[in-house]
Design a protein around this ligand. Sequence first.
Ligand SMILES: [Zn+2]
Length: 360
Amino acid sequence: MINETRLLDTFLALVRTDSPSGEEATIAQELAARLRSLGLTVELDDMSNIVARLTGQGDPLLLAAHMDTAMPGYGVKPVVKEGVVYSDGTTILGADDKSGIAVILEVLQTIVEGELPHPPLEVVITVQEETGLVGAKSLDKSRLRARMGISLDTGGAPATIIVAAPSHNFVSAVVHGKASHAGARPEEGINAIVVAAQALVDMPLGRIDEETTANIGLVKGGVARNVIPDCVELLGEARSRQLAKLEAQTARMVEALQAAARRHGATVDVEVTRAYDGYTLTETDVTVGQLMAACRAAGVEPVLMPSGGGSDANIYNAYGMQVVNLSTGMCKEHSTEEYVAVADMVTCAEIVMKCIGSLS
Ligand SMILES: [Zn+2]
């Protein structure tokens, strides 16, 4: 059913079009044109998020992907070697998430050409996923009619289904010490870098448990060798698939900062914001069950997995939809070694076709 050559051609054309986060206007127009030529109605919002619809019978199904890519992502030159697509090694490939878009386009083309029965299909392709799910967050989700959906934005073996993803807190802090000349009046200073260092040593970071992680990823402070630094900024995060664990870990990070500040006579301003909410689905949820059956119908045994990262699926699930993330076969995404096997994209498309077939 799936046309492998056409799918590959589509994928190659997509990765050759630059679309780093925030610079999606060109590819958005290209995608809108492709979707219109397949008979879908297409709407673009102010950010260039695409919502496209193919009318059909029954309960609508969401097919989701994102059009922006990670960096370095300018001038991608795809190289096909023995059925696997790589970049030339100087950039990412952009299989994240153009493999997802290519699969969606191939599925639509197969349905339209074959005049195959299908439920109403709602195709949403967002912008700025990589910079914090910005497009999906700002998308007017009241426009969406689908209650269930498949997001095509994860990697791994074909038929890998992501059924759970963490909630994510941003933890930002500014430590305020006291500036003083390091040689003339060191006793009058409070070294904010030392306070921050103390807090970092006392803070549990890295893998906290199987579903909880934490990191401080950026530390910025100080002005000169001979000045006791009065200010240090820290940017960090915590994630967990259990909300209680997320709150406990976040509290430990805040407490470590406050305790270190108290000990040294410094102060600290800490800001905690929720980047996005997590979700957990199981085999008993309709969408998961449908997709598992579709995998088996396509001849692949499904593998249900939790994820340590968020994606647009977090936003859709938080909105009350039931959306699972299905592997497109992409590997080593966010690196210049990124690759995807054409056969795995084909398998992904066949699974989506089986799912659509079972719903019509
Ligand atoms: Zn992605």
